[in-house]
Design a protein around this ligand. Sequence first.
Ligand SMILES: Nc1ncnc2c1ncn2[C@@H]1O[C@H](COP(=O)(O)OP(=O)(O)OP(=O)(O)O)[C@@H](O)[C@H]1O
Ligand SMILES: [Mg+2]
Length: 373
Amino acid sequence: MNDEIVGIDLGTTFSLAAFVRNGKAQVVKDTSGNSLIPSIISIHADGSVFVGTEAQRHCLTDPEHTIFSIKRLIGRTLKDLEKDLPFIPYQIRENIRDDGRTVLTVKIGDKDFTPEEVSAIILGEVRRLAGNPTRAVITVPAYFDDSQRQATRDAGKIAGLDVLRIINEPTAAALAYGLDRKRNGTIVVYDLGGGTFDCSVLSIADGVFKVLSTNGDTHLGGDDFDHAIIQHVLDDKLNIKTKLDARAIAALKLEAEKTKRNLSSNDQAAFNLDSLPTLGTTPLEITKENFEHKIIPLIERTITCCKKALKDAGIKTTSVDEIVLVGGSSRVPLVQKMVQEFFGKKPLTSINPDEAVAIGAAVQGEILSGKRK
Ligand SMILES: Nc1ncnc2c1ncn2[C@@H]1O[C@H](COP(=O)(O)OP(=O)(O)OP(=O)(O)O)[C@@H](O)[C@H]1O
Ligand SMILES: [Mg+2]
């Protein structure tokens, strides 16, 4: 039996697990060395279930049986989701259960699944890759309410996990950097993920974190950077004005994401049209300069959120002791530059920004087990 405590970051776009072993944090990797599991599932009429990378492939070929971004639905009602509905491509229903509770379900093929059940399938895969531990610490956004936290707990239970603690993602990120060892101070956690942006202001007093304020945008993240590249390709490079079908849009998105990642470490990157032969044959060159020009307004929106969070916490930028960058999109060099300029201080970036939250959850597990020195 595996009685280690696993830390799990259940993300909107990616999920992953980590352990602290002999005082050292390590993320769980699959056989190809990937730690990030796409938070996507795909269920078919013949009963076959795909999770993660396998399910991602089905996004293109079988969108009706593929579900992503389930985190946006967990613990919510239709009324909560009014603003989100235009972004959700799958069918959602609201059902009143025997106990009077309202639950949402998503339709996959001819079956209905609750967000807890879908999340449990993702957690089950994370758990399997982690060697089937039974005890877990799972992270949630700081703004999650009781219902969203409880639903996340329930998802863990369905996946066979004893959820010892649900902790806030920004707190986990701060724990990953060992900031709980600081006696006192103010920490800003800037988390730019795939679909969402969160800025949290935390205080630390005698090793205990408190969330002073949060601000953010539930529709701002790496997806928007991808869209900026797609728009650049269609408008400036190919001059295509006609509407494309869902399959072409999905293929463009996959390619844009690849190009974007390359632009984090290169001044230019190719945008291949192999999967889109109707649009052209020769690969396009996208420059970092053009990409950055397109995303400045998006990054400015994140800075506006930071300003609001600081104002609500009654904190000036000069009183911030540490800035922690998390979320895969904080790898974009211009993001780091603009954050540093705003706070007038170099943010902490030494831990992989898409692994920090899972590592912090594992550190919390180590604390709970009494093994932390
Ligand atoms: N090297 C890179 N350069 C630019 N973007 C990157 C890089 N690596 C990952 N990303 C982007 O990071 C995003 C995923 O970030 P992350 O794993 O933090 O998301 P998440 O936590 O699942 O989502 P959310 O925070 O919205 O819940 C994706 O948009 C991905 O394209
Ligand atoms: Mg995240």
